[in-house]
Ligand binder design. Structure first.
Ligand code: PMV
Length: 324
């Protein structure tokens, strides 16, 4: 029981369908090669000891019996609730030493919370000899994310588990791997950290007050997701770009854009991108563009000149895996 297990899970980028996916619509998400690493070992004690230097948590200790009871620091919650849920589900109790390290900043909106949740539960399964299939891993991880933040479709959890590029419907009702032919993706970070739950609640309020109109917006986004799936699969990047622009307009009408996002999106388009949009909840974080190879550099320079930071990613990254 003293074996130390290391697991890694990929970050993600939403390509199409954000917000509408919270209301039962599909979205398309790709896993990226910036990974979250989690290592776990069982101890003889009765506490969780956590080191998560990326979110300024060093030497944090909490009794296993108290997990989820008090007001734990923000950076510890996904780990401690994942541990509690795993232990409750299998009737296990043990001391633990957990360490997390990320290839990417938690500011980017690459899904560090869901990647860490998936990583912890996957590693616990290995440490305690409980074989978790992907569906069971998804259900327990998604449950954990909802316990901590109350809202979310689970698309980021699915990306961390399955990897690749997924067509996903709320709560994992459908999780299908799609095979894009080409992914000439450029990613620009606005430098502004967005709070996903705030934006999801803001859209919920907007929906409550404008139900009929917003239902139509969600229906249109669904249409874009279906068409973009096809365009990605046949490698029609021009069409993917057009659909990104359309999706961006609809997100604008949900009022989740921001000045910084608009600046980077416009810079990408003006410098030759097929199309561009925000990625994720909006309000900040990252934008994405599809750009022909000959214009990639120009688009990247344009984004940087407009105040963004280009983040190089490989898409279609492998899902959660045991490292050793
Ligand atoms: O902010 P992100 O990258 O976690 O993306 C949020 C996407 C939403 O559709 C707005 C919420 C969700 O859980 O699907």
């Amino acid at each position: 029981m003293t074996e130390r297990i290391e697991v890694s899970a990929p970050g993600k980028l939403m390509l199409f369908g954000e917000h509408a996916v919270v209301y039962g619509k599909p979205c398309i998400v790709t896993a990226v090669d910036h990974r979250m690493k989690v290592s776990i070992e069982a101890t003889n004690g009765d506490s969780l000891e956590l080191h998560a230097p990326d979110v300024n948590i060093v030497g944090y200790i909490e009794k296993i019996d108290d997990l989820g009871k008090g007001e734990a620091p923000k950076g510890t919650r996904f780990v401690s609730i994942a541990v509690r849920n795993f232990f409750n589900s299998f009737g296990i109790k043990s001391g633990l030493k957990v360490e997390t390290r990320s290839d990417f900043s938690s500011e980017f909106g690459f899904g560090s919370s869901s990647a860490v949740t998936v990583g912890v539960i996957k590693a616990l399964g290995k440490v305690f000899g409980k074989e978790l299939g992907n569906k069971k891993l998804f259900d327990m991880s998604y449950h954990t994310v909802l316990d901590v933040q109350g809202v979310g479709s689970g698309f980021d959890v699915a990306a961390a588990i399955w990897g690749g590029t997924l067509y996903f419907i709320t709560g994992g009702k459908k999780i299908e791997t799609i095979k894009p032919k080409d992914m000439p993706l450029v990613v620009g970070y606005t430098g502004v950290k967005a709070e996903t739950t705030t934006l999801v609640r803001q859209v919920a309020e907007f929906y409550k007050n404008n139900k009929k109109v917003v239902d139509r917006i969600f229906d249109s986004i669904e249409g874009i997701v279906e068409e973009s799936r096809h365009a990605l699969e046949i490698g029609d990047s021009q069409k993917v770009g057009e659909l990104m622009n359309l999706n961006q307009e609809l997100l604008g009408s949900l009022a989740v854009g921001s000045k910084e996002l608009t600046n980077l999106i416009e810079a990408a388009r003006e410098n030759g991108a097929f199309g561009a949009k925000l990625s994720g909840a909006g309000g900040g974080d990252c934008m994405i563009a599809f750009a022909p190879d000959i214009y990639r550099e120009k688009v990247e320079v344009g984004i940087e000149k407009a105040g963004g930071k280009v983040i190089r990613v490989k898409t279609n990254a492998e899902g959660v895996r045991i490292e050793g």
